[in-house]
Design a protein around this ligand. Structure first.
Ligand code: HSE
Length: 314
């Protein structure tokens, strides 16, 4: 921990994240390097939180209705702090995109405020407050987006209560290609359609894959990572909400991606590849397959972000 109480304002990058990563529903997540929001957080003489500017999205300025505000207020309450902060949010990640829009804002708010207060808490300790933002966004305080947004790389939520988050290694040549069809799927809606019970047969497949995926990350075993990117529980239910999901997956795998699945609660779909060149080929193949559908989309190509939320130069 370090002190920096002399700082009056901080400009930060808040990464997009892929939650679930196929077989790790609600427990696995990874931060992206190339996609994210920006925030400017300043100390204020007025106690409490004020959100003074949001660009890129039509979101509430009332801190009690905004995920960044709720997360920030939870942190100040915990610290019993009389401090005041103004937050500006520059959204690049669209709400309802499936790449952790609410997590980026929630994680950024608590990270920036903690920094300006002299870092009384570690990034790990900030996770529960960022989770309050997720509770506002989806009704469930899941940590699989905010944990990688705050800690970087891959993270595994071994337990939510009590919170126990494990950092996993990121293989150096792992790249993500993400397609974001421009439709909105609310996390709350895509959670509502999930079954609450699973069969033992599906459970066995899923935890076999999750264990092997974690082993693949440690061993930098790309084929093992690829074989493990399978979701027999959530993907069959949610993929019907994503127009062209099967087309995207086939194009990605045919082009040589290691694996492909729904990013978070969708509609974004991610593919992992070994190396930047392969990730580009996968992007080209997905683009060719998706263009005929006449649904506008964005494509992102990104390395894994090892750091999570970080300072930006002014
Ligand atoms: N694990 C959450 C879900 C992530 O899939 O509902 C939402 O981004």
């Amino acid at each position: 921990m370090h002190t920096n109480t002399a700082n009056e304002r901080v400009r930060i990058f808040c990464p997009a994240t892929i939650a679930n990563v196929s077989c790790g529903f609600d427990v696995l997540g990874v931060a992206l390097a190339g996609v994210g929001d920006h925030m400017l957080i300043s100390r204020s003489t007025k106690k409490g939180i004020r959100i003074t500017k949001i660009t890129g999205q039509d979101l509430p300025l009332d801190p009690h209705e905004n995920v960044a505000g709720v997360a920030a207020l939870a942190l100040l309450d915990h610290l019993n702090s009389n401090a005041g902060f103004e937050i500006e949010i520059y959204k690049k990640i669209k709400a309802g995109s499936g790449i952790g829009s609410s997590a980026a804002s929630s994680a950024g708010a608590v990270w920036g405020i903690n920094y300006l207060l002299g870092s009384p808490l570690s990034p790990q300790q900030l996770i529960p407050f960022a989770m309050e933002g997720e509770r506002l966004a989806s009704g469930v305080a899941h940590a699989d987006n905010v944990a990688p947004a705050l800690l970087g790389g891959f993270t595994l939520v071994r337990s939510s209560n009590p919170l126990d988050v494990v950092c996993l290694p990121s293989p150096s040549e792992l790249y993500a290609t993400v397609i974001h069809p421009q439709i909105e799927i609310k996390t709350a809606d895509s959670r509502r359609i999930l079954k609450t019970n699973i069969s033992l047969t599906d459970g066995i497949k899923q935890w076999g894959n999750l264990g092997a995926l974690v082993a693949g990350l440690f061993k930098e075993d790309y084929p093992l990572i690829g074989r493990s990117l399978e979701d027999v529980i959530v993907e069959p239910v949610r993929s019907i909400l994503i127009p062209g999901f099967d087309l995207i997956k086939k194009a990605a795998l045919d082009a040589g991606a290691l694996g492909c699945g729904i990013s978070g609660s969708g509609p974004s779909v991610f593919a992992f590849s070994k190396g930047a060149e392969k990730a580009k080929e996968v992007a080209t193949a997905i683009q060719a397959a998706y263009t005929p559908l006449d649904i506008p989309f964005e494509l992102h190509l990104s390395k894994i972000n090892p750091q999570g939320v970080c300072l930006e130069k002014a």
